[in-house]
Structures are given as structure tokens and as C-alpha cells.
Design a protein around this ligand. Sequence first.
Ligand code: ATP
Length: 343
Amino acid sequence: MQLSRYNISLIRGDGIGPEQAAAAKKILETISDSSSTKFSIIEVDAGDGTLAKHGKALPESAVDIIKKSQACLKAPVGESAADVIIVLRRMFDLYANVRPARSYPNIPSLSNNVDLVIVRENTEDVYLGWEFNADETTVVALRVTSERASRRIAEYAFKMAMLRNGKREVVAVHKANVLRRGDGLFAATCKTIGSKFPKVQYSELYVDACSMKLIRNPEEFDVIVTTNLFGDILSDEASQVVGGLGMGPAANIGDQFALFEPVHGAAFDIAGKNAANPSSILLSAKMMLEWLADKYNDRNAAAEGKRIEDAIVGVLKKGGRTKDIGGKLSTTQFTKLVSKAMY
Ligand code: ATP
């Protein structure tokens, strides 16, 4: 099916969430006004504020709107994040969490030549929340690893290595020397899937070695595939390597639906100050357009997505930066410059 108008559900979230959502809305409206790719944006309230008002962080009405949309763009949610994003990941079986980290111009960073992507398994591990008390002073948390989930995330990572303009390398990151059964299964499955992709070079790294290498030689990575908790931690590290959380987009991808969101949280310390870097959500919107382009066979959508990233690069090259990356621009000033640079 081909589309050129997309219904997008936009979760406003908490903390800097509403400011980030407003920036994304402005850029999607810029695209709607200036190109053949059109959006109908439906704003959705979910998170701490919604919990306080309606007794539920993710009410049925919000789920209904999300279900009717072609994709969801989500600003960060505060303390109730687990009741929103983890529920949505499970509800739509969004099994691949894709988190790119790329060097952009004029941003203080550890290396100027990074272009990597972390493909994080998104459905298992400790995120099932299976914790219980063994006795009054001891808690046991279950870490779940299945062959099925390992297989589909590995397949996703190898396909991505084939498609992206990178080195065609996949490194599976785990801790199989300690978690012999669970991570042993994950590593063995990645290796088996890798044998079906002879054009992609496959290797493995323990998570501790990977976290060191991300600081020392981040430019050497192409695609990292890893389990849920390790992926969560390594992707925050990777975004710091290239200039901070304000530059970190993410995608939660399933076979039928996808949700896009910044890597960072609600950043309450800067909320309401017009100080957040909107690049994280704007680059998430770019990933959303690429996904829509692929799903609906719509090349124009991919071109508009690239336009967002090119405009951010253009603004950065001219020295336009928010405070977190060494500049003085407010959220709205930066967003306006990006919008102007697009067409
Ligand atoms: P979570 O656990 O929900 O991911 P967190 O505790 O890691 O959240 P964040 O909300 O992600 O915390 O913020 C971490 C730091 O990064 C804060 O100092 C915050 O101000 C900064 N930060 C996060 N996002 C942005 C952004 N878009 N622009 C500028 N600074 C940001």
C-alpha cells in the first residue's frame, strides 16, 4: 500500500517532553507545508501528568489513538516511563531498539568520525520485571533470554549491516563468560545467523571490553547487537561519545508498527526552560520517515527525513547550537533555524 499522508500519534510526555514534542510538531508541519509528504498529527497525553490526572499513565484513549496511527513519535516520559514505553513495546511487539550514534560538526566529542548503531533486543532480559524476594533481605531478578528473540534481533542487525552505508560489520556484545547459559545462547544464535550473511564480518565482545572500546576507538564500530540491559547502558554511553543525550535518537521497531523516541529521559533539571536540545527528537522523526518510506514504499518520505538531518547539520556547521553542546540557542530558536534550513 502506498501512502503520502500519514497519521502520526505524538506522545507529549513529561519534563522537557512537551517542549520536544512541540519542536517535532513544528518540523513535521514544515514538511507538510512544503512537500508532497503530509502528516496528520494527533497529540497524545501519557506519563506522570496523565497518571496524576486520570489515574493511569497510559489510558485506553491514548492506546486507541496510537493504534489508529501509522507510527508513533514519543517525547520522554518521567517516573512512569515503565508504565508507558515498556507497555507499548510489549503491546506492539517492538522487538528491535535501534540507537544510532553519529558524529556531527562543531560538537565537542571524543571522536569526529563515529557512525555506529546499537541494535538492542527490546522484549526480554530483566525488563520483564520478574523480581521476587527469596527471603526478607534478598531479591532475585530473572533475566530471560530466548532463542527466538535472539534470532530475530540478530537477523535485524545483520540486515541492517547489509543495508546501511557502513563497514558491514556486526559485533555481538554479551557476557557469556559469566552468564554462560543465557548469553551463551544469545552469542551462539548471533553466530548461527551470521553464517547466513557471508558479506558481513562477525565478531564478539564482552560488554566490559565494549564499553572501554566505545571510549577508546568508537569510530571502529559499525553495528553492535546486544541484549536489552547492556544495550540500554551502552547506548547512553555511545550518545555521550558523540556529544551527549541531546543528539541521541532511537527507534522501537516491530513487524507491523514502530515507535520513535529520544534516547534520553524527561530531563526535569532543564524542563520548562526552553533549554533542551531538540535534535534527539528531530533525528527520531527522521528515523520515523525512513521507516514509513520503507513500509509504504514512499521514496519521498525518505528524502524528507534526510532533509531533517541535513538541516540540523547545516545549522550546526554555522555554529547554531543549544547549551548542552556548547551553544546559546534555546529549543525554539534552534528548531526555527532547522525549519528555515529545510527548504
Ligand atoms: P532516564 O533514566 O529516564 O533515561 P536519566 O535519569 O538518564 O533519565 P535524563 O532525563 O536522560 O536522565 O537526563 C540526563 C542528563 O542529560 C540531564 O542532566 C539532562 O539535563 C541532560 N539531557 C537529557 N536530554 C537532553 C536534551 N535533549 N537537551 C539537553 N540536555 C539533555
